[in-house]
Design a protein around this ligand. Sequence first.
Ligand code: ATP
Ligand code: ATP
Ligand code: MG
Ligand code: MG
Ligand code: MG
Ligand code: MG
Length: 269
Amino acid sequence: SSVMAKSKFEYVRNFELDDTCLRNCYIVVRLDGRNFHKFSEQHNFMKPNDNRALGLMSRSARSVMEELEDITIAYGQSDEFSFVFKRSTTWFKRRASKLMTHVASQFSSSFVYYWKEYFGEHPLLYPPSFDGRVVLYPSNHNLRDYLSWRQADCHINNLYNTAFWTLVQKGGLTTTQAEERLSGTQAADKNEILFSEFNINYNNESPLHKKGTTLIWEKVNETTTKQIKRPDEVETEITVTRTRKKVTSHSCDIIGEQFWEEHPDILES
Ligand code: ATP
Ligand code: ATP
Ligand code: MG
Ligand code: MG
Ligand code: MG
Ligand code: MG
């Protein structure tokens, strides 16, 4: 306030560090749930994938995109979500701590706010939290490799978790036995266990679980009907179509070229 601005205490502001993000770089904020291994057990998440929890994560990420400026794409899997600010953003003067804390707190409060929409009467037992970090990527190539890295991680973890929980839930193994059974196995071995012992073709598993969730802004047509009545005329109904920008959700491959060819405005030159 103006009172503080003139006080003899004002000099302490100079102790604040400059954390302005290098210009021209994409700013990525990645959040990850704190201790969600335990959180998922205490809230009886379905294993390996609880769709209520994945839905709530995406809903919270959408709220981040709608409330904060200049996020062009977000990618999430498990208890994590990454948000990409456009490289030219000047939001909060590109101050890393401001961007990261706004993303983390908007996400956390939304996670609690929308809990009931996804978990119904199943209670939230304590306030969850998410850590955040900021990473800068100077080129489109680096940014795509970052997103590819997270999606590859989703695939590796999901294949492992699918094999692990199938061995436990359908194969009757203890968690320790399932862990031993899978130790040292390659992707091909896990696919083979699923197929030959449980008749599960991993390729047919849900895209949401294999690919995670990508959120982007897209133009969508919205048609609404309006009642119109002019003096001395009967009431008539007209349809109005507007294009609006909306956050849309995709569970598709973002490693290959196709997604980026279909959505050319996400990457800037
Ligand atoms: P910014 O997003 O830049 O922080 P701001 O609107 O939050 O913008 P602040 O300088 O943080 O601005 O000031 C917070 C304002 O919130 C106060 O000026 C006051 O109007 C209001 N406010 C906060 N706490 C209270 C309270 N307990 N009772 C009444 N008003 C409050
Ligand atoms: P840290 O605090 O270090 O992040 P963590 O326990 O959150 O520890 P992570 O590596 O982030 O560990 O892993 C998150 C864990 O949360 C997963 O291994 C899984 O057990 C659980 N989990 C997260 N989302 C889901 C989900 N949708 N369905 C089932 N389990 C989930
Ligand atoms: Mg971790
Ligand atoms: Mg975690
Ligand atoms: Mg995690
Ligand atoms: Mg304030």
